[in-house]
Write a protein that binds this ligand. Structure first.
Ligand code: DAT
Ligand code: MG
Length: 140
């Protein structure tokens, strides 16, 4: 499998509870490497643009409010099959359905406040990485 890069966000519920380090450890333990990282506080407009694909979903307003409520940590993770591997480490969207040992099983509060975002395809990863980082900020 090829080396890939994927976009991760440690969400407001997790930064608020000081879980950033514990979550990064789960990425590193799975063989993912942090090649870019920054802590930012998204505006509602920025959060809305990032999640534009969900604009018609009933939870969109709640999602935008949540993602702009507190700082987040956005990161680029690199590794073999990084996109799928990150999704595995994250666990299912709903923590009640997430497998043991996943980030969402261990840390998520609810389906909405579920601690992490991860790109779901190569196309999403390319778009989402470019949304937050310039090429100069990716240091492998
Ligand atoms: P994922 O983050 O696992 O890729 P998604 O892309 O379907 O899930 O949805 C994006 C985020 O929107 C998700 O992490 C949390 C929120 N969300 C999804 N479904 C929801 C629901 N039924 N109620 C509340 N929030 C929801
Ligand atoms: Mg998604």
């Amino acid at each position: 499998m090829a080396t890939e890069r994927t976009l991760s966000i440690i969400k407001p519920d997790a930064t608020k509870r000081n879980l950033t380090g514990k979550i990064v450890s789960k990425f590193e333990d799975a063989g993912l490497r942090v090649v870019a990282s920054k802590r930012i506080h998204l505006s509602p407009a920025q959060a809305g643009a990032f999640y534009a694909e969900h604009a018609e979903r009933p939870f969109y307003g709640e999602l935008v409010d949540f993602m702009s409520s507190q700082p987040v940590v956005v990161q680029v993770l690199e590794g073999e099959g990084a996109i799928l591997k990150n999704r595995e480490v994250m666990g299912a969207t709903d923590p009640a359905e997430a497998a043991a040992g996943t980030i969402r099983k261990d840390f998520a509060v609810s389906k909405g406040e579920n601690s992490v975002h991860g790109s779901d395809s190569p196309e999403s990863a390319a778009r989402e990485i470019a949304f937050f980082f310039s090429g100069l900020e990716l240091v492998g």
